[in-house]
Ligand binder design. Structure first.
Ligand SMILES: [Fe+2]
Length: 391
């Protein structure tokens, strides 16, 4: 049975090789792999490139290569900035693109890589979930090195970009990076709050993937592995960010598993609401996702009271993973937010009824369509009032 599961899983990820810095043999193979490339387009963040130790790592890895750096884009990359990156790629004609940074950096690189490799224009990139659009031109390798343990973007085939301040998710199977390198040293300069946000993003992705309409036994296998690792390592990574080498490595693996899980299922309700919350309150993505995650647990229990069949996946999450009831799982999540100094009281966050109503109007319908149950506007509004209040 296990052999069959593993072989199915291997087939699913056969297009991606993952190397790990905490395994000497794997790390050596990665270094040898990189020696093949003479001309590299390096896509990075601005200040984080030096602060995280990424610059030092890259200089050591690519001593004999010509490197062109592209970092002219914002945290939420705009299509015009992506087009500029694609032009840079065309001018230098690299034999590999390396993305080193957080989720937005890897997302930007995925789109630039796809545009460059397939000579796509702006219109085509927005239609890119139709794989037949792609030419037969061979792709150059895209190598992703995450510096946060959160988005799992290195193992998904879709990416977020913005046009006129509006968020779009684009994707095709060919967007999946071909090589990933996981190095927890690069996460050690992140602050406690950054780690809390990144970790909650990974946790929400794993949970949402588990209960998603699209989940299957493979995605649930990844979700469970991810959640278990997060629950064991989250506290250390937040309380002692600069010294948590082992916890950071485990959290990087956890976020990678969550990425693999949503690569199959995509995300659901908490993510669907989170984009508007980030825009309206300027909260980081992981904080915005965490805000409603616990309240969804309570809502599911309210709606499914007595309907055992539909409860199966929710109960599995609560019992197997949290070993608790939905209400307890919710309490656990908000307690964690409290411990990690992530504000969740909607009054303190300035979320009044009017703002909540506009968030619901702007909900990401594509993500919401993956949610396992249909929730009407009234129930979505109720989600916000199920978030505990501080007296
Ligand atoms: Fe996310």
């Amino acid at each position: 049975m296990f052999h069959a599961i593993n072989s199915k899983i291997n087939k699913l990820v056969r297009n991606q090789i993952i190397y790990s810095a905490n395994d000497d043999a794997s790390s050596r193979k990665f270094r040898v792999e990189l020696k093949k490339f003479n001309k590299v387009l390096l896509i990075t963040g601005k200040s984080s490139y030096i602060k995280s130790g990424s610059q030092k790592l890259i200089q050591g890895l690519l001593q004999d290569s010509t490197i062109t750096v592209f970092n002219e884009f914002d945290v939420n990359p705009d299509i015009d900035q992506i087009k500029l990156g694609s032009e840079v790629a065309k001018n230098i004609n690299p034999d590999a693109i390396i993305a080193i940074g957080g989720g937005s950096v890897i997302d930007a690189a995925k789109i630039i890589h796809t545009m460059f490799s397939n000579d796509l224009d702006e219109k085509q990139i927005f239609e890119s979930n139709q794989d037949q659009l792609y030419s037969l031109r061979p792709l150059i390798p895209l190598i992703a090195i995450p510096t946060t343990a959160g988005t799992g973007s290195e193992s998904t085939h879709f990416a977020v970009l913005y046009k006129n301040n509006k968020k779009f998710s684009v994707g095709t199977r060919k967007m999946l990076p071909s090589i990933v390198y996981l190095d927890s040293d690069l996460c050690l300069s992140n602050s406690s709050y950054q780690n809390a946000c990144s970790g909650f993003d990974a946790l929400a992705q794993a949970i949402e993937s588990y209960w998603s309409k699209n989940s299957n036994f493979i995605s649930r296998y990844y979700s469970k592995k991810s959640i278990q690792l997060i629950l064991e390592n989250f506290d250390t990574m937040v309380s002692n960010p600069s010294k948590s080498y082992l916890s950071s490595m485990n959290m990087l693996n956890a976020s990678n598993y969550a990425g693999k899980a949503i690569n199959i299922t995509k995300t659901t309700g908490p993510h669907a609401l989170s984009y508007g919350i980030t825009k309206s309150l300027s909260l980081p993505h992981g904080h915005a996702v965490a805000l409603t995650l616990g309240a969804f647990f309570i809502m599911h229990n309210l709606l499914f009271d007595g309907q055992k069949k539909q409860l199966k996946k929710f109960k599995e999450i609560e019992n197997f993973i949290f070993k608790q009831s939905g209400r307890k799982a919710s309490e656990y999540l908000y307690e964690k937010m409290g411990e990690f100094k992530m504000e969740f009281d909607i009054k303190n966050l300035g979320l009044n009824e009017e703002k909540i109503e506009s968030l619901i109007k702007e909900i990401n319908l594509e993500r919401m369509s993956n949610h396992p149950i249909k929730l009407n506007a009234m129930q979505l509004k109720q989600i916000f009032f199920l978030i505990p209040r501080k007296s």
